[in-house]
Design a protein around this ligand. Structure first.
Ligand code: F6P
Length: 753
């Protein structure tokens, strides 16, 4: 309505202005036309009356002439008639002749056209015509026409013009408002339908073909604007599960998400009559699980639990989390031979030591490689099985599946594949020792985006590709173009859920302290240090234990007052190197405890067992210090978990400089795990650190994890994937047959655009 008024008022104002300009013009023209008509009429009358006038003059009877003139003025228009004889004889006129007109003043009215006289009787037109008698001038005839009817007519014309303009205005306004309302409603409906994803419709023509190009452009524009908006807001957004869902539905139009990893998020284990559910000790699972809860979709993983087969449906799927399913876990079964070759062999005896600088030699066997290829095929096949659209978003995780991105890309060319490498990437020389280096790189470059935790690992990867493949590497954009496909290589530091779930931090810190000390038979004032790792040689557990020993040497006052609890989840225990490692760790703990046997408590407690997340968090919250001393680590989420667990803003983190986390958490006590003295000094510093300093350091680290939580990690990858998808579509359009037919524009330099 307001819109209509906004249109109607100016319309009426415009019409008023037109009328204002037009009416005087019409008046003037009408007057001119009438004057001209009356003057011609005067000529006609003058010609017609010549004969009787001559007779009357010849007869010389004045009364006859007056009677003749009076008869003439019976005409409605002719107001007066007069005659002035040549030579100054007596003039004859009707009594109506205005006094201003005399024979003496007649000169001023002569001429071809009539003259307007504004007399007391109203406007008059005075026309003067000669009268000729026997070829000689006999006098002048004066004919006076009444012009007052012109004013009457003008007034009437103005009235009708006014009505005309009002009518015109009303009609135009009515038609315009009706059309505007109809089309506005149509467009509004169309646009809402478009935004609802139903396409642009016109109510009268639901599939109006003329609207299709507009709909396409509008849709592209909206999604580009949304994308621009989303990308620009990366810094400002509060990253929560809702933010992630909004990105998925906005940027990626609710596309299905399929995750592929070796380790499954929930392991069903038979315990006598019961089936227990275990949460594995895996940074990957810690990070990805909240993402999948937020996004739904399907997670494809190796079903390795003793009761895994018992709980799946006929498609090998089970809804998880078990207590309240939010997404599907699709299990892939492996034979012992496949698991031995692919997982224990190629992945963990080959690639794992190849990528970590932990001074363990990688072992590469062609039989393991064959299994690795076969299992990668099996997982790629599972992705294709699970995909319900030709262009799903597939997140492929870790070194177990280097070949999967290319396999998926070949089967589903429109899929968006994000591969994330959770462990470090070595320099080109180190990677070059792998006999299947080109095959691995080729497989990884099937992805749309390839992510690492740090820029250093991105650089190493790009250097490796540059050294080993015939690929085009763009170091400005950090992309690799290989076999006609573009892969963006990017840094996405992984993180954890924020805020931590109440299930993990719900128990008060004081309670955690008491319970842990009671469980370990420790006095209430005992200082506690914790280490939480898989029992893996890359984690620097031996180095950590050596640091505890050195602390007791350099600061004997801590003997008996400090206990270090090492939680070590058994891992890859079929591999000899791991068995040897466990043996070395056990022996070292025994030796150190033996050495300090006289203290009131043994300095080290080793707990080689699987612990559920809530148990681990209880230890974090009970401790004075947490030690992360990895020899080499992509990120290390234990460091971030410890910080997130400390809602009381107490506790000190000692962190190896060889972890990705050290780049993000400089407020931790950063150490070189190979430097035993430095680590021992850090332990002493941590145990003696005033509460204020602990709070100041931990606050900064909590702030960082809050800002860069796992939702942001995944969200940034999805935003980038959406941008790559849009770019891909644009390129597709540009190279479509229609676009190829467009004329090629040549620039001055001869390049084609
Ligand atoms: O942290 C690196 C990582 O490979 C994870 O990606 C993986 O889940 C974790 O180590 C545990 O390893 P595994 O699954 O072999 O026990």
């Amino acid at each position: 309505m307001r819109l209509s008024l906004r249109f109607i008022i100016p319309l009426f104002l415009a019409l008023g202005a037109i009328a204002y300009a037009v009416v005087p013009l019409v008046d003037k023209l009408t007057l001119q036309w009438f004057e001209r008509d009356l003057d011609s009429r005067a000529s006609l009358i003058a010609n017609t009356v010549q004969e009787p006038l001559r007779d009357a003059i010849r007869a010389g009877t004045r009364s006859r002439l007056e009677g003749f003139f009076t008869r003439l003025t019976q005409d409605e228009r002719l107001f007066a008639v007069g005659f002035c004889p040549t030579g100054g004889g007596e003039a004859v006129a009707t009594p109506t002749l205005p006094t201003e007109i005399t024979c003496a003043t007649l000169e001023q009215y002569s001429g071809d056209a009539g003259h307007v006289l504004k007399s007391a009787d109203g406007p008059l037109l005075v026309s003067v015509r000669p009268v000729v008698l026997a070829g000689a001038p006999a006098g002048t005839l004066v004919l006076v026409h009444d012009l007052s009817f012109v004013a009457r007519r003008s007034a009437e014309t103005r009235k009708y013009l006014f009505y005309f303009f009002v009518g015109l205005g009303a009609t135009v306004a009515l038609i315009t408002v009706v059309i505007a309302q109809l089309s506005w409603r149509g467009w509004v409906q169309g646009l809402s339908a478009l935004l609802r994803g139903e396409g642009l419709v016109r109510p009268d023509k639901p599939d109006a073909p003329e609207l299709r190009p507009i709909a396409r452009d509008l849709r592209a524009l909206i999604s580009d604007l949304q994308a621009e908006h989303g990308s620009r807001d990366d810094e400002q957004l509060a990253w929560t599960p809702d933010t992630l869902r909004a990105i998925l539905h906005g940027e990626l139009r609710g596309q299905e998400v399929i995750v592929v990893s070796n380790r499954e998020p929930y392991i069903h284990v038979r315990e006598g009559e019961n089936i227990a559910v275990w949460r594995p000790a895996s940074g990957l699972v810690t990070a990805l699980e909240p993402i999948m809860r937020a996004c739904s979709g399907t997670w494809i993983a190796h079903g390795g639990g003793s009761a895994d087969r018992e709980v799946v449906d006929r498609h090998d799927r089970v809804g998880v989390p078990p207590e309240h399913p939010l997404y599907q876990l699709r299990r892939v079964w492996l034979t012992p031979k496949e698991e031995a070759g692919y997982y224990y062999g190629f992945a963990n005896e080959g690639l794992w030591p190849l990528c970590h600088i932990a001074h363990v030699r990688p072992t590469f066997r062609s039989a393991d490689w064959e299994q690795y290829v076969a299992v990668n095929h099996a997982f790629a096949g599972a992705v294709v099985d699970e995909a319900t659209s030709p262009d799903p978003i597939v997140l492929v995780h870790d070194y177990h599946f280097a070949l999967v991105p290319r396999m998926i890309q070949e089967a589903l060319p429109a899929a968006t594949i994000i591969a994330f490498w959770h462990i470090p990437w070595p320099n080109p020389e180190a990677f070059g020792i792998c006999p299947w280096r080109e095959e691995l790189l080729d497989g990884m470059l099937g992805s749309t985006i390839l992510g690492f935790h740090t820029q250093f690992h991105c650089n190493n990867f790009v250097d490796t590709v540059d050294r080993l493949l015939e690929a085009r590497v763009d170091r400005e954009m950090f992309t690799v173009s290989y076999r006609g496909k573009l892969t963006a290589v990017k840094r996405y530091p992984i993180s954890i859920e924020w805020p931590p779930s109440a299930e993990l931090v719900g128990k008060p810190v004081e309670q955690c302290r008491e319970d842990v000390r009671r469980r370990h038979d420790l006095p209430p004032d005992q200082a506690i240090g914790v280490g939480v790792d898989r029992l893996d040689y890359t984690k620097g557990i031996e180095e950590r234990l050596r640091a505890v020993e050195r602390l007791l040497e350099t600061h004997p006052e801590w003997a008996g007052r400090f206990t270090f609890i090492q939680i070590a989840a058994p891992t890859r225990s079929k591999i000899e190197e791991y068995q040897a490692y466990e043996g070395r760790v056990r022996a070292m703990v025994a030796r150190i405890n033996d050495r300090f046997a006289s203290a009131r408590r043994p300095p080290i407690e080793l707990k080689i067992a699987h612990h559920q997340p809530d148990e681990v968090y209880e230890y974090y919250r009970a401790a004075e210090v947490c030690m992360v001393t990895s020899l080499h680590d992509g990120m290390n989420l234990v460091a971030k978990e410890f910080i997130s667990s400390r809602t009381d803003e107490r506790g000190v983190l000692i962190l190896s400089r060889f972890t990705g986390a050290a780049r993000e958490l400089p407020e931790a006590l950063i150490v070189n795990p190979y430097d035993t003295d430095e680590c021992a000094a850090a332990l002493h510093l941590a145990l003696s650190m005033p509460a204020g300093e602990q709070r100041a350091r931990i606050r900064l680290m909590r702030g960082l994890i809050q800002d860069f939580n796992v939702y942001r990690w995944a969200g940034r990858m999805l935003i980038d994937a959406a941008a790559m998808r849009r770019r891909g579509r644009l390129l597709e359009r540009a190279t479509a047959p229609e676009a190829r037919r467009r004329p090629v524009v040549r620039t001055g330099a001869g390049h084609r655009r």
